[in-house]
Write a protein that binds this ligand. Structure first.
Ligand code: F6R
Length: 243
């Protein structure tokens, strides 16, 4: 795992945005895995700014988002689809046919999860997967547990995750859907490169556990230790408890 520290989230975002733009130049058909949440917002702002300066050719790029709430369609303002439209997709010339997200309104969620795995495989796999980390160590919606799922699956969200997502639902954790669909650990770890971003003191404990502790299903992000090409990009607060 390569750990990089930055003085400010904007410096981190600029470095990652330029890494992604270089990757797109080298491979115009790049397949990107994307997260929602507060953490990637500076990155999405940086990508929008580079796009406005005509420095990114998005025409061949494909994206797959990590997860989506069960029961919410893309037109629901609480959905991750709506979040992504607002944060990134409405502002860059990505071909809508190249944007893949799990459909929270699919009539058969298990079948939707299988469809998603097949779509990732048909795209040739994910080249660069961007991740955030939950304060409880989750990645995607792979929550700490005795056992973890390998593939895209329906997940039950823990209280801490409902609280962390309350901002999308008027600040009320009880309005956050209790279930979601998420890429599994194997889906995530199959990406050719992984870049994890973590910002702020509230992530410092799980970041230290992810980097310094033994691998454990109780801290799903710790599995990044076995990935051959994983980078962890941190601000100083998130890095403050690393040994
Ligand atoms: C979001 C996702 C989650 C978040 C994590 C951190 O698509 O998969 O694992 O990355 O909950 O969220 P923020 O960035 O809001 O702290």
């Amino acid at each position: 795992m390569i750990v990089q520290r930055f003085d400010h989230e904007d410096a981190l975002a600029a470095a990652l945005a330029s890494r992604l733009v270089d990757a797109i130049v080298r491979n115009p058909r790049l397949v990107l895995g994307l997260p929602t949440g507060r953490t990637p917002l500076p990155l999405y702002r940086a990508l929008r700014a580079l796009t406005a300066r005509a420095l990114v050719d998005w025409s061949g790029v494909r994206t797959f988002n990590l997860d989506e709430f069960a029961g919410l369609g893309g037109d629901d303002p609480g959905s991750y689809r709506a979040f992504m439209q607002d944060a990134l997709f409405d502002h860059i010339p990505l071909d809508p046919a190249n944007i893949e997200m799990l459909d929270g309104r699919a009539p058969d969620l298990a079948a939707e999860c299988l469809r998603y795995e097949a779509a990732i495989a048909a795209a040739g796999g994910i080249d660069i997967q961007i991740l955030g980390i939950g304060a409880n160590g989750h990645i995607g919606f792979n929550e700490p547990a005795g056992e973890l799922h390998a593939h895209t699956h329906v997940a039950t969200l823990q209280r801490a995750t409902l609280e962390a997502n309350a901002m999308l639902f008027g600040g009320d954790p009880d309005r956050v859907p209790k279930c979601a669909m998420s890429m599994g650990m194997g889906t995530i770890l199959s990406a050719r490169q992984i870049v994890m971003i973590a910002l702020g003191e509230e992530k410092s404990d799980c970041v230290a556990g992810m980097v310094n502790d033994l691998i454990s299903t109780r801290l799903p992000a710790s599995f990044l230790q076995v990935h051959p090409h994983a980078t962890v990009m941190l601000d100083h607060a998130a890095a403050s408890k690393l040994i």
